[in-house]
Design a protein around this ligand. Sequence first.
Ligand code: CU
Length: 68
Amino acid sequence: METLTLNIKGMTCGGCVKSVSNVLLQLPGVSSVNVSLEQNNAAIEYDPTQVKPAQFKAAIEDAGFDVV
Ligand SMILES: [Cu+2]
């Protein structure tokens, strides 16, 4: 398992946090996600043999947020 923290722009409430968490958890190989509204980031624990960080960015952007 590896952990990656991404800075995210555009989250304004708990619903946004939930949306970001949900799209990330739907990816294969993602075992846990910790999204912080205060810090505007997401800590993702994942299996690098199953998922690549580029997929995190795409999933977050598809959900309507920006990875900075
Ligand atoms: Cu929101």
